[in-house]
Design a protein around this ligand. Structure first.
Ligand SMILES: [Ca+2]
Ligand SMILES: [Ca+2]
Length: 541
């Protein structure tokens, strides 16, 4: 179901999977690690969300930049990432840049178009796709579209109606003589108002206007020509706040346009809402919505990680997402994440409990779809309080070596105490959170069924403290032959070891394809019994 026609580009897989299974059965553990990876070039990817300002500063001006991202691609590749999402990179007056002045340029703080081209080239060399934040609900009030529209309104005589044939920009935004609610602001020097749902300096765009659509088609041509592989759609559910049908049509229009220009174009949309609303937006027939139901302090992942949700509850939630989202779009690709740039970081939510944080990472990395890691999550970075800048603090590359470490963004605190080591120290510690993430991503990259398979529940392997699912992946190989493979994923989310019986006929031939434990305890099958350490995950074939 997740794997039909349009989405999947190449199938390099099936034979490697079989070879891998055979080699592991034979106990062949000395092969080069890279040989076991089974990374498929489709739109199921392991993404990493980057706030460029706080990631890596290549020229010592204190601000992270595109060249800094390029310099850290090997770090990301080594982590197991094969997609990056850049938060807004276009010219903007704010620290967060979610108010765009020019949709076809790079903010000078971050670098140049040449730097961007170089970044894209270096990403693609490493098999890393790059998606950019496309902020289409609103522009900056300094965008020349808005400036010209307001200038034009100021030229109108008393009682004269605006004419889009004279000034097309007047239809790019929502102007009215009536202040409809608190989100409508006065156009200075006129008796007109404009809509700005998020902020007065973020006027809402009118995406039903044909001329504006042509602008975004030209903008899409521009970025696709510069090599982007997809968009992250900011505030997608707000395109037409009073008309969900119109918003779905807008999402479908921009996706269809981009797909017509690039046949494997990816799009993931921010619909910050509950499961039912996310499902409604899948009716746009665009590939992905972030799974906000699984994210954040009250989401499925963190609740299961801290033991508030049983293992059984966890796998039931996974199946529920699949059932609910696929009913709207059978080709959907789920987009789970633990937290993003708008949320309190997982380290805070889980009280910096390394075990719970590893469990959260393990759950995420065994979920279906394209996963998203927010930069710094892999080293357990903390946020502070509820203010956004404190959720976007500089990446802690090293506490000893300041090279590349960025200044805090405007409005953030300079003295946030971190609980975990920086990247350099964690890389050298096999039991660190960072190395757990690497193992989790490797497990995912070795077993493509984890992202792509259809989930069924293994009732006989489910209880409160442990539970198992099967993920079955059916696809056509390059010769057109239908190939099916499956993995079973067993979770012990409890703080106690559990013994699970695998002697039943359907389980007795299973072999272990990989596992995730909190420390260096290994998992093996002894006389048909598998002992699962506290907070562990095991993948069987
Ligand atoms: Ca810089
Ligand atoms: Ca809007």
């Amino acid at each position: 179901m997740n794997n039909t026609l349009s989405i999947i580009k190449k199938f390099l897989v099936s034979n490697i999977v079989i070879a891998l299974a055979v080699s592991m059965l034979a106990g062949c553990g000395k092969k080069d690690e890279s040989e076991k990876l089974n990374i498929i070039d489709d739109n199921y990817r392991n993404y990493y969300e980057i706030y460029v300002h706080s990631f890596y500063d290549s020229n010592e001006d204190g601000i992270g930049d595109l060249n800094g991202v390029t310099q850290k691609l090997d770090y990301l590749k080594d982590l197991g990432i094969n997609g990056i999402w850049l938060m807004p990179i276009m010219p903007s007056p704010t620290y967060h840049k979610y108010d765009v002045v020019d949709y076809m340029d790079i903010d000078s703080e971050y670098g140049t178009m040449e730097d961007f081209d170089k970044l894209v080239e270096e990403c693609h060399k490493r098999g890393i796709n790059i998606i950019i934040d496309m902020v289409m609900n609103h522009s900056s009030s300094q965008n020349e579209w808005f400036v010209k529209a307001c200038d034009y309104l100021r030229t109108l005589k008393e009682g004269e109606e605006p004419d889009k044939n004279v000034c097309p920009y007047v239809s790019y935004y929502n102007f009215s003589k009536e202040k409809k609610n608190e989100a409508w602001y006065s156009v200075e020097g006129t008796d007109w108002y404009y809509e700005g749902v998020f902020w007065s300096e973020m006027p809402d765009l009118n995406l039903e206007d044909d001329n504006l659509r042509k602008e975004f088609e030209t903008i899409s041509d521009f970025w696709i020509e510069h090599g982007v592989d997809g968009y992250r759609m900011d505030a997608a559910m707000h395109y037409e706040d009073d008309d969900q049908g119109a918003t779905l049509e807008i999402m479908n229009w921009i996706y269809s346009y981009c797909l017509s220009k690039k046949s494997d174009f990816y799009m993931v949309s921010e619909v910050w809402a509950n499961k039912a609303t996310i499902a409604a937006f899948y009716k746009s027939m665009t590939p992905s919505m972030f799974n906000f139901a699984a994210a954040g302090a009250e989401g499925t992942i963190e609740k299961a990680a801290r033991g508030q949700l049983s293992a059984d509850g966890l796998v039931n939630a996974m199946i529920d997402y699949q059932t609910t989202y696929s009913a709207s779009n059978p080709d959907y690709i789920d987009a789970p994440f633990i937290t993003n740039h708008d949320q309190v970081r997982v380290a805070n939510n889980l009280n910096c409990d390394a075990g719970d944080m590893k469990m959260a990472a393990g759950i995420l990395m065994t979920m279906s779809g394209s996963t998203f890691i927010y930069y710094g999550e892999e080293i357990g970075m903390k946020s502070q309080g509820k203010d956004d800048p404190n959720k976007r603090l500089p990446m802690n590359w090293s506490y000893a070596d300041p090279t590349g470490v960025c200044d805090v963004p405007e409005g953030a605190d300079n003295d946030v105490e971190q609980s975990f080591e920086a990247v350099d120290a964690q890389l050298g510690d096999e039991m660190s959170l960072l190395n757990y993430y690497k193992r989790a991503l490797k497990l995912r990259n070795m077993n493509p069924e984890i992202a792509r398979g259809t989930i069924t529940r293994e009732d006989d392997l489910c209880s409160d403290s442990y539970a198992a699912i099967k993920k079955t992946w059916t696809r056509d190989d390059e010769t057109g032959t239908t190939v099916t493979s499956a993995v079973i994923i067993l979770y012990n989310t409890s703080d106690e070891a559990v013994v699970v019986d695998l002697t039943a006929d359907e389980y007795k031939d299973l072999t272990i394809a990989g596992y995730l434990t909190l420390d260096d305890v290994s998992i093996s099958i002894e006389n048909g019994q598998v002992t699962m350490p506290p907070q562990s995950i095991c993948v069987f074939r």
